[in-house]
Design a protein. Structure first.
Length: 139
């Protein structure tokens, strides 16, 4: 009888330990996700441009050609929504927000499969227009 009680007590302690470990892992994962979200929210315009627009094989090139995946379109939309919250290095912040919002709307049109969305997106992604107005040249 005593052996049975010990094993039941051990089982209860083991279960409690397992639950505590599970909670710790869950909390750790939640904190890691929150930190990752914070990191992505702290991206600068330059970082977003490097991740999404830089190079011939950039995501924006693929999406602008109509060959972007739903995931790539969603990623761009997330970046552009972040950009709406940022101020440009130079130029009028209100004009910046208007221009970026146009880009957000064009990307949402792509996401929803709207007719003519690729053309709308291609027109909204006018690198030269933004760069000449809002980009501060590094010396």
């Amino acid at each position: 009888m005593c052996d049975g009680h010990r094993s039941k007590g051990s089982l209860v302690r083991l279960s409690a330990l397992g639950a505590a470990i599970g909670m710790a892992v869950g909390i750790g994962l939640a904190v890691a996700r929150a930190n990752a979200a914070d990191d992505s929210a702290k991206l600068t315009i330059k970082q977003i441009m490097e991740k999404a627009h830089k190079g011939r094989d950039a995501v924006v090139v693929k999406v602008r050609s109509g060959k972007g995946t739903p995931e790539e379109i969603s990623t761009l939309l997330g970046y552009y929504k972040m950009m709406e919250e940022l101020d440009p290095p130079k130029g009028d912040p209100a004009k910046w927000k208007t221009k970026v919002h146009t880009l957000v709307l064009a990307t949402e049109a792509l996401q929803s499969g709207e007719d003519g969305a690729v053309k709308k997106f291609a027109a909204a992604v006018n690198c030269g227009s933004c760069h000449s107005t809002f980009r501060k040249r590094e010396q």
